[in-house]
Design a protein around this ligand. Structure first.
Ligand code: XIL
Length: 548
């Protein structure tokens, strides 16, 4: 690798380490002033992360990484993570080139320099290479696959089994590198030991954020929100964010699995990073989420002796207590850290309670199994007591435009209302796709409005494909059609006087649909493209906002 590339890699790594140190060293118990400097001053100003995997989410598992070589297996392991709760373990290697690979098609742009960083260490095995001080050389390689395949060895390092070693490098891809299928893989140059990999990041330069287009937030009085993770809060993503949005939802940082991974052990740091940013820039935050069947640790539903909770009165009381304790800890933390400036103005109290295929239309989640259908009412009553009368309490669900789910929603809301449950509003996630019916969306918004409830669009994205379709390339026609659908949808939303309109991600690279329910490297469901530039979907959104 070229010397300058190494130096650049080291500089990039030093910057990442410095940021991490600041985050780690911050005392989470001590309220501190929200960060002041503008995001562009905190750099890395012109880098966009196109791949970021920490193997920390059990639900995401190996996050699209696959075995490379016959007999190789990859698995998420919680043994010795570099950071967070998991890393990738590669076993069954019988050749040095055997390792783990991930499809990065759509993330790689010819003609620009890509920065790659990751952490690696050895696992078990390695033939004669045994003993405490055994080591081996591993490397990350980028490959363009197909007839005209090309390889770039991005980063090489000698790693050991005793600790993690950083692997960093950059690659300047020639401008004439044709588009194609790309993969990134970890291999060794000799050792056959198991390999461990963690915290892989690929970044590339982003063109400047457009300053000659209208701000979405400035075009309307309706709060315009987006889901964010910490990586969206610096550099150019943050510039884009502050230009167009005035509300945030934490994509994952306020979910129970992050906030209370083990009973009584709260981690508010990821949430604080987002709330600090909101306070510093005068944005509101929609809290997401309190009671859900996903991203909720098993301990919630497990008795102290390790057995699953039942619907016995004692177990029910335990789960109700845990529900309240969780909410109260968050409320106390917000009050302590932000006082009257706390930015969270609403909460998804119950997320995704509907299941039209069940006998009573409700999802039979662990919450339901222990507490019965009443868990929903209990969650709202508790949230009202804990968060107070000024916080808007939402029931949030997906596909509420589907007729069977609409019926289930209306029947649930009606029964909650007649029981006097303190629910204020309905969140419609609106994970839609090309071909979604605007009329069905309007019918659902009408139905909820007729109940006298407030409503918001909480997680809008408009996928180009259904989740089981493969997208080989993205055509201009598809993007135009997407823009047109977004315009029609936003017009309908605005006509229903929403509390806010929020999209599920700032720009296409950051969409959850890139990896759910499987790798979809070209799926592009958001308003801004991988380079943070406005798409026809942005134009459509703006036109929809200003149509009336
Ligand atoms: C998704 C996040 O975007 C992913 O990063 C995470 O791995 C899984 O959850 N409905 C919701 C959101 O309410 O919380 C989900 O967010 C998307 C679907």
């Amino acid at each position: 690798m070229r010397r300058t590339a190494l130096i650049l890699g080291a500089v990039a790594l030093a910057a990442v380490v410095a940021v991490l140190l600041v985050l780690v060293l911050r005392d989470p118990t001590r309220p501190e002033p929200a960060p002041g400097p503008s995001p562009s001053a905190t750099a890395p100003a012109d880098l966009t992360t196109v791949l970021s995997t920490g193997f920390d989410d059990p639900e995401e598992g190996v996050a699209g990484w696959e075995p490379l070589g016959d007999g190789v297996e990859v698995a998420r392991s919680e043994d010795v993570p570099h950071a967070g709760s998991g890393s990738l373990l590669v076993t069954g290697r019988t050749e040095p080139w055997h390792g783990a690979q991930v499809d990065v098609t759509g993330m790689i742009s010819p003609g620009v320099e890509h920065t790659v960083s990751a952490w690696a260490r050895l696992g078990q095995g390695g033939g004669e290479d045994t003993g405490a001080d055994r080591s081996g050389e591993v490397r990350l390689t980028l490959q363009r696959t197909g007839d005209d395949e090309q390889f770039w060895h991005l980063a090489t390092a000698r790693v050991t089994a005793d600790g993690w070693t950083a692997l960093t490098g950059t690659v300047d891809l020639p401008a004439d590198t044709a588009d194609g299928e790309w993969r990134l893989y970890l291999e060794s140059t000799g050792t056959l030991a198991d390999l461990r990999l963690d915290d892989v990041q690929v970044a590339r330069p982003t063109p400047p954020v457009q300053t000659d287009i209208a701000s979405l937030a400035d075009a309307t009085d309706i709060p315009i929100g987006t889901a964010v993770a910490e990586q969206d809060l610096t550099g150019r993503p943050a510039e884009l964010l502050l230009r167009h949005f005035d509300q945030l939802t934490a994509e994952n940082a306020m979910k129970p699995a992050v906030v209370q991974p083990a009973e009584g052990e709260f981690d508010f740091a990821p949430m604080d990073a987002i709330l600090d940013f909101a306070v510093a820039h005068g944005l509101t935050v929609h809290g997401h989420t309190l009671v859900w069947h996903k991203s909720t640790p098993e301990w919630f539903f497990t008795a102290p002796d390790g057995r699953p909770l039942t619907d016995s009165p004692a177990d029910q009381q335990l789960l109700r207590d845990r529900m309240r304790t969780h909410m109260q800890a968050i409320a106390d933390h917000l009050a302590e850290r932000y006082g009257t400036d706390q930015p969270v103005s609403s909460w998804d109290v119950v997320n995704e309670p509907l299941d039209p295929t069940s006998s009573d239309g409700l999802r039979h989640s662990p919450w339901y199994d222990v507490l019965g259908p009443d868990y929903i009412a209990q969650a709202f009553t508790t949230a009202r007591e804990v968060f107070g009368p000024d916080i808007t309490l939402y029931l949030n669900d997906y596909d509420t435009d589907a007729p069977d789910r609409r019926r289930g929603l209306v029947s649930l809301l009606t029964s909650l209302q007649s029981a006097g449950v303190p629910i204020d509003a309905v969140g419609h996630q609106m994970h839609l796709r090309l071909g979604s019916s605007v009329e069905r969306v309007a019918a659902t918004l009408d139905a909820v409005a007729a109940l006298g409830l407030r409503q918001a669009v909480t997680e809008l994205d408009v996928a180009l494909t259904a989740s089981d379709q493969h997208l080989d390339s993205v055509s201009t026609d598809q993007l135009t059609e997407q823009g047109d659908l977004v315009r029609q949808l936003v017009e309908v939303f605005v006509a229903h006087d929403p509390e806010f309109l929020s999209v599920w991600g700032l720009y296409d690279t950051r969409s959850w649909l890139r990896s759910w329910p499987r790798e979809r490297p070209l799926e592009s469901p958001l308003l801004f493209d991988d380079d943070l530039q406005a798409k026809p979907a942005y134009q459509g959104f703006l036109a929809g906002l200003t149509a009336g």
